[in-house]
Design a protein around this ligand. Structure first.
Ligand SMILES: C[S@@+](CC[C@H](N)C(=O)[O-])C[C@H]1O[C@@H](n2cnc3c(N)ncnc32)[C@H](O)[C@@H]1O
Length: 434
């Protein structure tokens, strides 16, 4: 692989490309690098390569002509790549694709970047090395060079040492350990010491899934997963953050038809359906909130029938779902119930079909996106507070630390039944993306 590096600072590369494996591979003729400086291709007498941006603003922009001519001076370019924050992300898959080329031309930006017309004049692929801004494309080019060079035959001691690494099969790598077996009381996992390859591989696969779920769950959407992997992931999700999510079904205080705060009646259907949603997603509990005595008696009778009475014998699945349901007089009492269950008070997360407004009709606080609440639920218990009737009364919303966005912003009609809204909200927080 020959790298043609278009840069204003060739000296940037001297140490990295003359050290360790790249230096050895370059001596062995496996890789090579040459440098083309746009400053050597300027047509103006001061060798200027940049100018101020049209439209004003800080910084300088790289002029088209010196870079265009620098690239055109390369006899065989291979794919032409511009390192830019606006590029496609450098991934292992992309590195594997580029590693199959014999030549790569890498254009390193500086200052405010390239004049956009460069892309009209050359067939350039834009690549970024991450969502952070570097001062120049040289460091980004080095990342791309290292990722592709190590995939060349003979570059690494053992070619297979690249086989199991993070991203290779769409997952992060499993944790690695070396001697000593016990360091400050921390033991190497027993499974790795059995010498049984089947057991070691099963442990590594499970840990790779756990590592990916914990640190890069987005990767799971594209990873090739077996049925067993999915089962492992479901178990991990239930024992990790679904167990931190609780649902409150509030019948008081809610908004009634005339827009005043009051109480709504409990309904059989909501209790059954929301318990089943909770059970399906591994939710920790459902808190049914009503301070009204006869309503509480109705709920108690219903729950007893399905969890302890005849219903439990004929339908054990229903018994399992309804055993997640608890009664509470108020949101405060629901939070105490949860503290009794898991030892920590939950963060209350409000829900509403509309943006929360103040008295003057202005948006009161910005809704917190679903992924941020899912992230919070990884760390501590949360109580998703759902209103019946016309939604949670303002005093209930005020008890919530934040609110989720309405399910639909578009259009005027946004009246979902509470159990449908619950299913959508829970799926947005916990839905399997793989
Ligand atoms: C200061 S940056 C210019 C940033 C540019 N104004 C923007 O906001 O997109 C200068 C040069 O560094 C390189 N660079 C910076 N961050 C990068 C990244 N994350 N990936 C690849 N190249 C990057 C590019 O070559 C870029 O032209």
């Amino acid at each position: 692989m020959q790298y043609h590096i278009v840069t204003l600072f060739p000296e940037w590369f001297q140490s990295p490309l003359n050290t360790a494996l790249f230096a050895k591979a370059s001596q062995a003729g496996i890789v090579g690098a040459d440098f083309i400086n746009p400053r050597d291709h300027t047509l103006n007498k001061h060798n200027k390569v940049d100018d101020s941006p049209y439209g004003g603003g800080p910084g300088m922009v790289l002029m088209v002509q010196p870079i265009l001519d620098a690239v055109r001076s390369i006899p065989q370019t291979g794919p032409i790549i511009a390192l830019t924050p606006a590029g496609e992300p450098l991934t292992q898959k992309l590195a594997e694709e580029l590693a199959r080329e014999e030549h790569l031309t890498l254009i390193c930006g500086r200052y405010e970047g390239f004049d956009e017309r460069l892309y009209d004049l050359l067939p350039i692929r834009r690549i970024s090395v991450g969502e952070a801004i570097l001062n120049g494309g040289e460091t980004a080019a080095l990342a791309l060079i290292e990722a592709t060079a190590r995939l060349q035959d003979g570059y690494m001691g053992k070619n297979e040492s690249g086989d199991d690494e993070s991203y290779r099969h769409g997952l992060l790598e499993y944790p690695q350990y070396t001697r000593p077996e016990n360091f400050m009381g921390l033991e190497v996992p027993k499974e790795l010491q059995t010498g049984n390859h089947g057991e070691i591989n099963a442990w590594r696969r499970k840990e790779a899934l756990a590592m990916t779920l914990r640190h890069r769950p987005d990767l799971l959407a594209k990873a090739a997963l077996s049925e067993k992997d999915r089962e492992t992931l479901n178990r991990l999700r239930q024992t990790s953050f679904a167990k931190n999510i609780h649902i409150a079904l509030v019948h008081h205080p809610v908004l009634l038809k005339n827009n005043t705060a009051g109480s709504s009646s409990v309904t059989n259907l909501d209790i059954h359906d929301i318990s089943r949603i909770a059970c399906t997603y591994g939710i920790a509990s459902l808190q049914i909130i009503t301070p009204i005595q006869d309503q509480k008696l109705l709920v108690r009778e219903l729950l007893d029938h399905w969890t302890k009475g005849d219903g439990a014998k004929t339908n054990p699945d229903r018994a399992k779902a309804l055993s997640l349901a608890h009664l509470a007089d108020s949101l405060e009492q629901a939070a105490e119930n949860i503290e009794t269950l898991c030892g920590v008070k939950p963060v209350l997360i409000g829900t509403s079909a509309k943006a929360e407004k103040d008295k003057r009709g202005r948006e009161k606080r910005l809704a917190v996106p679903f992924p941020a609440v899912a992230e919070l639920a990884r760390r501590q218990p949360v109580l998703i507070v759902l209103g019946t009737s016309h939604g949670l009364a303002p005093e209930a919303l005020e008890q919530c630390a934040c609110i989720l966005p309405p399910i639909r912003y578009m259009g005027h009609y946004n009246h979902l039944p509470v159990r449908s809204a619950c299913a959508i909200i829970i799926d947005r927080l916990l839905g399997d993306i793989y």
